[in-house]
Design a protein around this ligand. Structure first.
Ligand code: MN
Length: 128
C-alpha cells in the first residue's frame, strides 16, 4: 500500500490557461495506458486555452459553476456534479463562470494539442 500526502500544487501555465488556475495531480495510471487524474481549480473568469485531446477526456465538476464550449457549438454552463466527455480530437475549452470558482477532476490520457487562448468575446458568450 502506498499512502502519501499529495504532490505540491502548481500554477497552471499561462501558455495553456487564462487567469488563475491551480493544478493538483491526484493519480497516474499504472497500466499500459498512462491515464492521469488531476484536480483543477479555476478562479472566476479563468479558463483553459482552446485544445484537443489525443484520447477522450472526462471532466467531473466537483465545485462551483463553470462554462464549457466545443468549437462551433454554444457555450454551455457547468455546475457541480456535471460530467463532460470531450471526444478525441474535439477542440474545446473549459473554465470557471465569470463570478464563480469552479473545480473539476480531469481524467486524461494521451497528448494535448494546444491552440489559441479563449478571447473575452468567445468567453463572454457565457450564460451569466
Ligand atoms: Mn479538455
Amino acid at each position: 500500500m502506498e499512502h502519501r500526502f499529495k504532490d505540491q500544487t502548481s500554477r497552471g501555465p499561462a501558455t495553456w490557461f487564462s487567469g488563475e488556475v491551480w493544478l493538483d495531480p491526484v493519480a497516474q495510471g499504472h497500466g499500459a495506458t498512462p491515464t492521469t487524474v488531476a484536480l483543477v481549480r479555476f478562479a472566476p473568469g479563468a479558463r483553459t486555452a482552446w485544445h484537443a485531446h489525443e484520447v477522450a477526456q472526462t471532466l467531473y465538476v466537483t465545485e462551483g459553476a463553470g462554462l464549457v464550449q466545443s468549437r462551433g457549438e454554444p457555450v454551455t454552463a457547468l455546475r457541480a456534479g456535471d460530467v463532460v466527455v470531450a471526444s478525441a480530437g474535439e477542440w474545446h475549452w473549459h473554465g470557471a463562470a465569470p463570478n464563480h470558482l469552479m473545480s473539476h477532476l480531469a481524467i486524461s490520457e494521451g497528448r494535448v494539442e494546444w491552440g489559441e487562448h479563449v478571447t473575452d468575446a468567445e468567453y463572454g458568450g457565457g450564460s451569466e
